[in-house]
Design a protein. Sequence first.
Length: 388
Amino acid sequence: MTRSANSRRYPKWVSAYVDNRGQLRLRFRRTGSKTYHFHSKFGTGAFEAEYRTCLEELPLVAPSSWPSGTIGELFQQYQQSTRFLQLGHSTRRKYGRILAEFSDAHGLKRAKLVTALHMDSIIGEKVDRPGAAAELRKVLTAVWVWGAKHKGLNVGVMRETDTVKQRRGGFYTWKPADIRNFRDYWPLGSQPRLMLELALHSGLRRSDLHDLGWHHVGEDGWLDFDMQKVGRAHSVPIHPDLAAALALVDRSQRYFIESSRGTHYTAEAYSNAFRKARKAAGLERGSLHGLRKKLAVALVEAKATDTEGMAILGHVSAKTFGLYTAEADRQKLAAHAMDKLEIGEHLSDASQTARSNRWKQGEKEWKMVPRDGIEPPTLRFSIACSTN
Protein backbone atom coordinates (compact mmCIF):
# COMPACT_ATOMS: atom_id res chain seq x y z
CA MET A 1 0.00 0.00 0.00
CA THR A 2 1.43 3.35 -1.02
CA ARG A 3 0.55 6.78 0.20
CA SER A 4 0.94 10.05 -1.70
CA ALA A 5 3.48 12.72 -0.82
CA ASN A 6 3.71 16.42 -1.43
CA SER A 7 4.31 17.02 -5.16
CA ARG A 8 3.87 20.77 -5.50
CA ARG A 9 7.55 21.42 -6.11
CA TYR A 10 7.85 18.95 -8.96
CA PRO A 11 7.37 19.57 -12.71
CA LYS A 12 3.96 19.19 -14.27
CA TRP A 13 2.55 15.64 -14.29
CA VAL A 14 5.24 14.49 -11.84
CA SER A 15 4.08 13.38 -8.41
CA ALA A 16 5.75 11.79 -5.39
CA TYR A 17 4.64 8.73 -3.45
CA VAL A 18 6.04 6.37 -0.84
CA ASP A 19 6.38 2.79 -2.07
CA ASN A 20 5.84 -0.40 -0.03
CA ARG A 21 9.49 -0.29 1.09
CA GLY A 22 9.08 3.16 2.58
CA GLN A 23 11.14 4.89 -0.13
CA LEU A 24 10.11 8.17 -1.71
CA ARG A 25 9.58 7.67 -5.47
CA LEU A 26 8.61 9.95 -8.35
CA ARG A 27 6.27 9.06 -11.18
CA PHE A 28 4.97 10.67 -14.37
CA ARG A 29 1.20 10.44 -14.81
CA ARG A 30 -0.93 12.06 -17.49
CA THR A 31 -4.20 11.03 -19.10
CA GLY A 32 -3.50 9.20 -22.35
CA SER A 33 0.01 8.01 -21.46
CA LYS A 34 1.46 5.18 -19.44
CA THR A 35 2.60 5.82 -15.88
CA TYR A 36 6.39 6.08 -15.73
CA HIS A 37 8.45 5.62 -12.55
CA PHE A 38 11.66 7.66 -12.52
CA HIS A 39 15.00 5.96 -11.89
CA SER A 40 17.17 9.07 -11.49
CA LYS A 41 17.35 11.50 -8.58
CA PHE A 42 15.24 14.63 -8.89
CA GLY A 43 17.25 17.69 -9.94
CA THR A 44 19.90 15.79 -11.88
CA GLY A 45 20.54 15.90 -15.62
CA ALA A 46 19.52 12.26 -15.87
CA PHE A 47 16.12 13.10 -14.34
CA GLU A 48 15.67 15.93 -16.86
CA ALA A 49 16.39 13.49 -19.68
CA GLU A 50 13.81 11.01 -18.36
CA TYR A 51 11.23 13.77 -17.91
CA ARG A 52 11.80 15.08 -21.44
CA THR A 53 11.38 11.56 -22.82
CA CYS A 54 8.04 11.25 -21.02
CA LEU A 55 6.83 14.51 -22.55
CA GLU A 56 7.92 13.54 -26.05
CA GLU A 57 6.34 10.13 -25.89
CA LEU A 58 2.86 11.45 -25.10
CA PRO A 59 0.46 10.25 -27.82
CA LEU A 60 -0.34 13.01 -30.29
CA VAL A 61 -3.15 11.10 -31.96
CA ALA A 62 -5.75 8.86 -30.33
CA PRO A 63 -4.38 5.29 -30.26
CA SER A 64 -7.52 3.76 -31.85
CA SER A 65 -6.78 2.02 -35.16
CA TRP A 66 -8.11 3.40 -38.45
CA PRO A 67 -9.31 1.31 -41.43
CA SER A 68 -6.64 0.48 -43.98
CA GLY A 69 -6.07 3.13 -46.64
CA THR A 70 -7.78 5.95 -44.76
CA ILE A 71 -6.40 9.39 -44.01
CA GLY A 72 -6.44 8.52 -40.31
CA GLU A 73 -4.16 5.52 -40.89
CA LEU A 74 -1.88 7.64 -43.10
CA PHE A 75 -1.50 10.23 -40.33
CA GLN A 76 -0.69 7.59 -37.71
CA GLN A 77 1.97 5.99 -39.91
CA TYR A 78 3.47 9.38 -40.74
CA GLN A 79 3.76 10.22 -37.03
CA GLN A 80 5.70 7.01 -36.48
CA SER A 81 8.10 7.75 -39.34
CA THR A 82 11.73 8.83 -39.02
CA ARG A 83 10.95 12.04 -40.88
CA PHE A 84 8.35 13.08 -38.30
CA LEU A 85 10.38 11.98 -35.27
CA GLN A 86 13.33 14.09 -36.44
CA LEU A 87 11.25 17.27 -36.12
CA GLY A 88 11.66 19.41 -33.00
CA HIS A 89 9.54 18.56 -29.98
CA SER A 90 7.30 21.64 -30.22
CA THR A 91 6.90 21.13 -33.98
CA ARG A 92 5.78 17.53 -33.45
CA ARG A 93 3.21 18.64 -30.90
CA LYS A 94 1.88 21.35 -33.24
CA TYR A 95 1.71 18.98 -36.21
CA GLY A 96 0.02 16.39 -33.99
CA ARG A 97 -2.72 18.81 -32.95
CA ILE A 98 -3.38 19.83 -36.54
CA LEU A 99 -3.50 16.24 -37.78
CA ALA A 100 -5.74 15.13 -34.89
CA GLU A 101 -8.23 17.90 -35.68
CA PHE A 102 -8.17 16.98 -39.37
CA SER A 103 -8.64 13.29 -38.55
CA ASP A 104 -11.73 14.02 -36.48
CA ALA A 105 -13.45 15.45 -39.56
CA HIS A 106 -11.88 13.53 -42.44
CA GLY A 107 -10.05 10.52 -40.97
CA LEU A 108 -12.31 7.90 -42.59
CA LYS A 109 -11.84 9.22 -46.14
CA ARG A 110 -9.69 7.17 -48.52
CA ALA A 111 -6.32 8.90 -48.88
CA LYS A 112 -5.82 7.89 -52.54
CA LEU A 113 -9.25 9.21 -53.57
CA VAL A 114 -8.70 12.72 -52.21
CA THR A 115 -8.21 15.35 -54.93
CA ALA A 116 -6.66 18.81 -54.98
CA LEU A 117 -10.17 20.24 -55.25
CA HIS A 118 -11.17 18.46 -52.03
CA MET A 119 -8.12 19.77 -50.17
CA ASP A 120 -8.59 23.28 -51.55
CA SER A 121 -12.13 23.29 -50.23
CA ILE A 122 -11.11 22.07 -46.77
CA ILE A 123 -8.27 24.61 -46.47
CA GLY A 124 -10.62 27.32 -47.72
CA GLU A 125 -12.81 26.80 -44.65
CA LYS A 126 -10.05 28.50 -42.65
CA VAL A 127 -9.60 31.42 -45.05
CA ASP A 128 -10.79 33.84 -42.36
CA ARG A 129 -7.71 32.73 -40.39
CA PRO A 130 -4.99 32.82 -43.07
CA GLY A 131 -2.24 31.81 -40.65
CA ALA A 132 -4.11 28.65 -39.62
CA ALA A 133 -4.99 27.88 -43.25
CA ALA A 134 -1.37 28.24 -44.37
CA GLU A 135 -0.17 26.05 -41.48
CA LEU A 136 -2.72 23.34 -42.35
CA ARG A 137 -1.59 23.36 -45.99
CA LYS A 138 2.04 23.14 -44.90
CA VAL A 139 1.44 20.14 -42.61
CA LEU A 140 -0.72 18.28 -45.13
CA THR A 141 1.89 18.86 -47.83
CA ALA A 142 4.55 17.31 -45.58
CA VAL A 143 2.33 14.25 -45.04
CA TRP A 144 1.57 13.84 -48.75
CA VAL A 145 5.24 14.19 -49.71
CA TRP A 146 6.05 11.39 -47.27
CA GLY A 147 3.04 9.40 -48.50
CA ALA A 148 4.14 9.75 -52.13
CA LYS A 149 7.39 7.99 -51.25
CA HIS A 150 6.05 5.28 -48.97
CA LYS A 151 2.34 4.87 -49.77
CA GLY A 152 2.08 5.65 -53.48
CA LEU A 153 0.10 8.86 -53.02
CA ASN A 154 -0.03 11.62 -55.61
CA VAL A 155 1.98 14.53 -54.18
CA GLY A 156 0.31 16.83 -56.70
CA VAL A 157 -2.86 16.67 -54.59
CA MET A 158 -1.34 19.19 -52.19
CA ARG A 159 1.05 21.02 -54.49
CA GLU A 160 -1.82 21.95 -56.80
CA THR A 161 -3.82 23.59 -54.01
CA ASP A 162 -3.86 27.39 -53.94
CA THR A 163 -1.28 29.16 -51.81
CA VAL A 164 -2.84 30.98 -48.86
CA LYS A 165 -2.16 34.70 -48.82
CA GLN A 166 -1.17 35.91 -45.36
CA ARG A 167 -1.08 39.39 -43.97
CA ARG A 168 2.34 40.98 -44.25
CA GLY A 169 4.38 41.83 -41.21
CA GLY A 170 3.54 38.84 -39.04
CA PHE A 171 3.59 39.35 -35.28
CA TYR A 172 3.36 42.91 -33.99
CA THR A 173 6.77 44.29 -33.03
CA TRP A 174 6.77 45.96 -29.60
CA LYS A 175 7.49 49.69 -29.58
CA PRO A 176 9.54 51.47 -26.89
CA ALA A 177 6.35 53.04 -25.49
CA ASP A 178 4.79 49.57 -25.12
CA ILE A 179 7.79 48.32 -23.16
CA ARG A 180 7.84 51.45 -20.99
CA ASN A 181 4.14 51.14 -20.15
CA PHE A 182 4.49 47.45 -19.32
CA ARG A 183 7.47 48.14 -17.04
CA ASP A 184 5.64 51.02 -15.34
CA TYR A 185 2.74 48.73 -14.51
CA TRP A 186 4.75 45.63 -13.55
CA PRO A 187 7.74 46.46 -11.32
CA LEU A 188 10.90 44.42 -10.92
CA GLY A 189 10.23 41.41 -8.76
CA SER A 190 6.87 40.61 -10.36
CA GLN A 191 6.52 37.53 -12.56
CA PRO A 192 5.06 39.42 -15.57
CA ARG A 193 8.07 41.79 -15.50
CA LEU A 194 10.43 38.82 -15.47
CA MET A 195 8.55 37.26 -18.38
CA LEU A 196 9.04 40.47 -20.36
CA GLU A 197 12.76 40.75 -19.59
CA LEU A 198 13.36 37.06 -20.36
CA ALA A 199 11.72 37.31 -23.78
CA LEU A 200 13.14 40.74 -24.60
CA HIS A 201 16.77 40.02 -23.68
CA SER A 202 17.05 36.41 -24.80
CA GLY A 203 14.92 36.36 -27.94
CA LEU A 204 13.69 32.87 -27.11
CA ARG A 205 10.49 31.26 -28.31
CA ARG A 206 7.76 30.43 -25.82
CA SER A 207 8.58 26.71 -26.25
CA ASP A 208 11.93 27.47 -24.57
CA LEU A 209 10.95 30.31 -22.22
CA HIS A 210 8.53 28.25 -20.12
CA ASP A 211 11.24 25.68 -19.34
CA LEU A 212 14.01 28.08 -18.23
CA GLY A 213 15.37 27.84 -14.70
CA TRP A 214 18.54 28.19 -12.65
CA HIS A 215 19.76 24.83 -13.96
CA HIS A 216 20.15 26.51 -17.37
CA VAL A 217 22.48 29.25 -16.08
CA GLY A 218 26.16 28.39 -16.55
CA GLU A 219 29.06 29.54 -14.40
CA ASP A 220 30.05 31.95 -17.17
CA GLY A 221 26.70 33.79 -16.91
CA TRP A 222 25.17 32.37 -20.08
CA LEU A 223 21.87 30.57 -20.64
CA ASP A 224 22.58 27.06 -21.96
CA PHE A 225 19.71 24.91 -23.21
CA ASP A 226 18.35 22.85 -26.11
CA MET A 227 15.96 24.69 -28.42
CA GLN A 228 12.73 22.70 -28.59
CA LYS A 229 11.73 23.76 -32.09
CA VAL A 230 14.93 22.67 -33.82
CA GLY A 231 16.38 20.25 -31.26
CA ARG A 232 19.76 22.00 -31.19
CA ALA A 233 21.94 23.20 -28.32
CA HIS A 234 21.97 26.98 -27.94
CA SER A 235 23.59 29.55 -25.65
CA VAL A 236 22.72 33.18 -24.99
CA PRO A 237 24.70 35.66 -22.84
CA ILE A 238 22.63 37.16 -20.02
CA HIS A 239 22.09 40.88 -20.59
CA PRO A 240 22.65 43.17 -17.53
CA ASP A 241 18.95 44.18 -17.51
CA LEU A 242 17.93 40.53 -17.44
CA ALA A 243 20.51 39.79 -14.74
CA ALA A 244 18.93 42.50 -12.56
CA ALA A 245 15.52 40.84 -12.90
CA LEU A 246 16.88 37.35 -12.25
CA ALA A 247 18.65 38.53 -9.11
CA LEU A 248 15.24 38.78 -7.45
CA VAL A 249 14.27 35.17 -8.24
CA ASP A 250 14.56 32.63 -5.42
CA ARG A 251 17.30 30.13 -6.28
CA SER A 252 15.35 27.31 -4.64
CA GLN A 253 12.75 27.80 -7.34
CA ARG A 254 13.21 25.23 -10.10
CA TYR A 255 11.79 27.35 -12.93
CA PHE A 256 12.10 31.11 -13.28
CA ILE A 257 8.36 31.37 -13.92
CA GLU A 258 5.94 29.18 -11.98
CA SER A 259 2.19 29.25 -11.45
CA SER A 260 0.62 30.57 -8.24
CA ARG A 261 0.52 26.95 -7.04
CA GLY A 262 4.24 26.54 -7.62
CA THR A 263 3.79 24.27 -10.64
CA HIS A 264 5.45 24.27 -14.03
CA TYR A 265 3.76 26.19 -16.88
CA THR A 266 3.21 24.54 -20.25
CA ALA A 267 4.19 26.69 -23.24
CA GLU A 268 0.54 27.48 -23.94
CA ALA A 269 -0.25 28.38 -20.31
CA TYR A 270 2.91 30.52 -20.15
CA SER A 271 1.78 32.46 -23.21
CA ASN A 272 -1.74 32.89 -21.81
CA ALA A 273 -0.39 34.20 -18.50
CA PHE A 274 1.72 36.78 -20.34
CA ARG A 275 -1.25 37.84 -22.45
CA LYS A 276 -3.30 38.51 -19.31
CA ALA A 277 -0.44 40.55 -17.84
CA ARG A 278 -0.14 42.58 -21.04
CA LYS A 279 -3.87 43.38 -21.02
CA ALA A 280 -3.69 44.32 -17.35
CA ALA A 281 -1.02 46.86 -18.29
CA GLY A 282 -3.44 48.45 -20.76
CA LEU A 283 -1.74 47.21 -23.93
CA GLU A 284 -4.07 46.09 -26.72
CA ARG A 285 -1.52 43.98 -28.58
CA GLY A 286 1.91 42.44 -28.21
CA SER A 287 3.00 38.83 -27.84
CA LEU A 288 6.09 36.98 -26.61
CA HIS A 289 7.12 36.48 -30.23
CA GLY A 290 6.73 40.22 -30.78
CA LEU A 291 9.43 40.76 -28.14
CA ARG A 292 11.66 38.35 -30.05
CA LYS A 293 11.12 40.56 -33.11
CA LYS A 294 11.90 43.68 -31.06
CA LEU A 295 15.25 42.20 -30.03
CA ALA A 296 16.03 41.35 -33.66
CA VAL A 297 15.26 44.90 -34.81
CA ALA A 298 17.32 46.34 -31.94
CA LEU A 299 20.27 44.15 -32.93
CA VAL A 300 20.08 45.51 -36.48
CA GLU A 301 19.84 49.10 -35.22
CA ALA A 302 22.88 48.46 -33.01
CA LYS A 303 24.68 47.49 -36.26
CA ALA A 304 25.06 43.83 -35.38
CA THR A 305 25.91 41.74 -38.42
CA ASP A 306 23.51 39.13 -39.76
CA THR A 307 25.77 36.41 -38.40
CA GLU A 308 25.79 37.98 -34.93
CA GLY A 309 22.02 38.39 -34.93
CA MET A 310 21.53 34.80 -36.05
CA ALA A 311 23.79 33.62 -33.22
CA ILE A 312 21.56 35.33 -30.64
CA LEU A 313 18.20 34.30 -32.08
CA GLY A 314 19.23 30.81 -33.15
CA HIS A 315 18.36 31.28 -36.82
CA VAL A 316 19.93 28.96 -39.36
CA SER A 317 18.94 30.93 -42.45
CA ALA A 318 20.16 34.46 -43.13
CA LYS A 319 16.93 34.97 -45.09
CA THR A 320 14.87 34.74 -41.89
CA PHE A 321 16.98 37.29 -40.04
CA GLY A 322 16.91 39.46 -43.16
CA LEU A 323 13.19 40.05 -42.57
CA TYR A 324 14.04 41.89 -39.35
CA THR A 325 16.81 43.82 -41.10
CA ALA A 326 14.30 45.06 -43.67
CA GLU A 327 11.92 46.29 -40.93
CA ALA A 328 14.67 48.29 -39.22
CA ASP A 329 15.90 49.69 -42.55
CA ARG A 330 12.41 50.91 -43.50
CA GLN A 331 12.22 53.12 -40.41
CA LYS A 332 15.63 54.64 -41.09
CA LEU A 333 14.85 55.25 -44.77
CA ALA A 334 11.53 56.91 -43.91
CA ALA A 335 13.24 59.30 -41.48
CA HIS A 336 16.04 60.14 -43.93
CA ALA A 337 13.58 60.66 -46.78
CA MET A 338 11.51 63.12 -44.75
CA ASP A 339 14.69 65.05 -43.90
CA LYS A 340 15.19 65.69 -47.61
CA LEU A 341 11.64 66.87 -48.22
CA GLU A 342 11.03 70.63 -48.38
CA ILE A 343 7.28 71.24 -48.08
CA GLY A 344 6.21 73.78 -50.71
CA GLU A 345 9.22 73.30 -52.98
CA HIS A 346 8.41 69.76 -54.08
CA LEU A 347 4.62 69.55 -53.65
CA SER A 348 2.48 70.91 -56.46
CA ASP A 349 -0.30 72.33 -54.27
CA ALA A 350 0.05 76.11 -54.49
CA SER A 351 -1.41 76.55 -51.04
CA GLN A 352 1.48 74.57 -49.62
CA THR A 353 3.98 77.10 -51.01
CA ALA A 354 2.59 79.89 -48.90
CA ARG A 355 2.95 77.93 -45.72
CA SER A 356 6.03 78.22 -43.55
CA ASN A 357 8.36 75.29 -43.63
CA ARG A 358 7.07 72.97 -40.92
CA TRP A 359 10.50 71.44 -40.48
CA LYS A 360 12.26 74.74 -39.73
CA GLN A 361 11.65 77.20 -36.93
CA GLY A 362 13.71 80.34 -37.01
CA GLU A 363 17.35 79.47 -37.35
CA LYS A 364 16.82 76.06 -35.76
CA GLU A 365 16.21 73.22 -38.18
CA TRP A 366 14.17 70.26 -36.97
CA LYS A 367 15.13 66.84 -38.25
CA MET A 368 12.95 63.76 -38.48
CA VAL A 369 14.20 60.92 -36.31
CA PRO A 370 13.71 57.17 -36.41
CA ARG A 371 10.45 56.05 -34.83
CA ASP A 372 12.18 54.37 -31.90
CA GLY A 373 13.77 57.59 -30.64
CA ILE A 374 16.73 59.97 -30.98
CA GLU A 375 19.18 58.17 -28.75
CA PRO A 376 21.88 56.04 -30.38
CA PRO A 377 20.54 52.50 -30.79
CA THR A 378 21.83 50.17 -28.14
CA LEU A 379 20.94 46.75 -26.84
CA ARG A 380 19.73 48.34 -23.59
CA PHE A 381 16.46 49.39 -25.27
CA SER A 382 16.63 52.99 -24.07
CA ILE A 383 13.22 54.58 -24.49
CA ALA A 384 13.59 57.77 -22.46
CA CYS A 385 13.50 59.93 -25.61
CA SER A 386 10.99 58.75 -28.15
CA THR A 387 8.86 60.60 -30.62
CA ASN A 388 5.09 60.63 -30.30
